[in-house]
Design a protein around this ligand. Structure first.
Ligand SMILES: Cc1ncc(C[n+]2csc(CCOP(=O)(O)OP(=O)(O)O)c2C)c(N)n1
Length: 467
């Protein structure tokens, strides 16, 4: 059987060492069926994992263990699999859940012998300032929405550490494909409070030209493609961008954030598989905050959370305490290094809790217990926990805290006032930028809309220009 010649682009990537030669089903045809002798008692190498799998077998085997024939394997295209002569189903989950890495305990004290990332005073204080500013922005923007000043908002309460520590551990040139609960990454990169407010008010300075819901931020300058409402769509995009980095041999990675609810979308599975097979430098950071609006994680999947899925796709994975700023920072830093230096995807499952409502369209008291929410808000608050560590280091005190909160409050109020007083994006933007030549039906719709506005100008908002 002739093996087809690789297409020229594949050939180029193989020559430059960017890709492994694609395996062809017939490459191994001669040895596919013939049983091959197993090296005696393999503890490492390609066979070890097959043997290790045995500890996860379910107990529903029939007969005596000693009759297993583990000295032979099937050299199947794409896998070398040992034989057994009993029916054994793998267990649905490992016996113990994957453990969760943390550096700080709930009181902000360093855990004995924990891996400690290199975090000096300026970096630690900058991370804390961003976490507090994010909290203050969320508090005041949420109130502004409740006052009817814009149509929608959602907070990151409880997830400040995931936002800020991840951003701090990345290179600012790394592309970030976010869901919607990660504005802290943009904040870390220099997106101003005024820019956040411009987007929420859809004013003339909004980069999205008023076409997105509030909170759907984006910044080309800060390598943060605009957030898109349909859940999970950012995941394959992140993989594609990472593949581009790989082909261009850039020492960068992409990072995509998503909730555990998004892991039920087909896009998640496609993205994970492509990333693993193409060996691209992408970090999948799942914020497992326990709820996808009203659906609890226990009704979302039966696996050991999201981290278990990395194994299924052949991807290195880790579970981390998402409310521990130092653990998040250490994890993302290490993951980024592996992703870039070894060109590989990494899955990070950050365990956390969505302290706020899903959004201003939700009342989480309808599906969660008040004491559970209160527990996470008070006892497991990532901001307070990090502050305690800073105070323990002698880097922070009450005066610094009061000044930070008061300055942040004033800056947020000023950003809201300034953005709210600007004109909105013009009506024209409803019809432009999608088609090169605007189709007839849209021209007709615009005409009808303008005629309606002309007839009811008293109802038309005065801050939305017609052109
Ligand atoms: C494809 C799609 N399905 C449903 C929705 C409605 N929706 C918006 S947010 C959300 C929950 C997402 O939960 P998760 O990914 O866990 O993120 P979280 O909000 O908890 O941060 C759903 C179902 C949507 N926007 N897109």
């Amino acid at each position: 059987m002739m093996v087809p010649k690789p297409a020229s682009s594949w050939a180029r990537l193989i020559t430059t060492g960017l890709l492994r030669r694609p395996s062809h089903p017939f490459h191994a045809s001669r040895s596919t069926i013939a049983p091959v002798r197993f090296p005696s008692s393999p503890s490492c190498g390609p066979f070890a994992s097959v043997l290790r799998e045995r500890q996860f077998c379910s107990s529903s085997s029939s007969g005596d263990e000693s009759e297993d024939h583990l000295d032979e394997f099937l050299d199947f295209p794409g896998a070398k699999v040992g034989f057994i002569n009993k029916i054994k189903f793998t267990a649905e989950r490992p016996q113990e859940p994957v453990p969760c890495f943390r550096v700080l305990d709930d009181h902000g004290r360093l855990i004995k012998d924990a891996y400690m990332p290199e975090v000096d005073k300026p970096l630690a204080i900058r991370m804390y300032q961003n976490m507090v500013t994010l909290q203050v922005m969320d508090t005041l923007f949420f109130e502004a929405q409740r006052q009817g000043r814009f149509s929608f908002y959602l907070t990151t309460f409880g997830e400040e550490a995931i936002n800020i520590a991840s951003a701090a551990a990345l290179n600012n040139d790394d592309m970030v494909y976010a869901q919607y609960r990660e504005p802290g990454v943009l904040m870390w990169r220099g997106f101003t409070l005024k820019e956040f407010a411009n987007q929420c008010f859809s004013n003339v300075a909004d980069y999205g030209k008023g076409r997105q819901m509030p909170v759907h931020y984006g910044s080309a300058k800060l390598n943060y493609p605009t957030v898109s409402s349909p859940i999970g769509t950012q995941l394959p995009h992140a993989v594609g961008a990472a593949y581009a980095f790989k082909m261009d041999q850039k020492p960068l990675c992409t990072t995509t954030f998503f909730g555990e609810g998004a892991s039920s979308e087909g896009d998640f599975h496609g993205a994970m598989n492509f990333a693993a097979v193409l060996e691209v430098p992408v970090l999948f950071i799942c914020r497992n905050n326990g709820f996808a609006i009203s659906t609890p994680a226990s009704e979302q999947f039966k696996s050991d959370g999201v981290v278990a899925k990395g194994h299924a796709y052949g991807m290195r994975s880790i579970r981390v305490d998402g409310n521990d700023t130092l653990a998040m920072y250490a994890t993302v830093k290490a993951a980024r290094k592996m992703a870039v230096e070894e060109s590989r995807p990494i899955l990070i499952e950050a365990l956390t809790y969505r302290v706020g409502h899903h959004s201003t369209s939700d009342d989480s008291g309808k599906y969660r217990k008040g004491d559970e929410m209160q527990h996470w808000k008070t006892m497991r608050d990532p901001v307070l926990r990090f502050r305690r560590w800073l105070e323990g280091e002698g880097w922070w005190d009450t005066d610094a805290e009061q000044k930070l909160r008061s300055d942040a409050r004033n800056e947020v109020i000023s950003a809201l006032q300034s953005a709210g007083s600007q004109m909105k994006q013009p009506l024209t933007n409803l019809f432009t930028d999608v088609y090169d030549t605007i189709p007839r039906n849209l021209i007709q719709q615009e005409k009808e809309l303008r005629s309606t506005v002309g007839r009811h100008h008293e109802d038309y908002p005065s801050d939305v220009p017609l052109y």
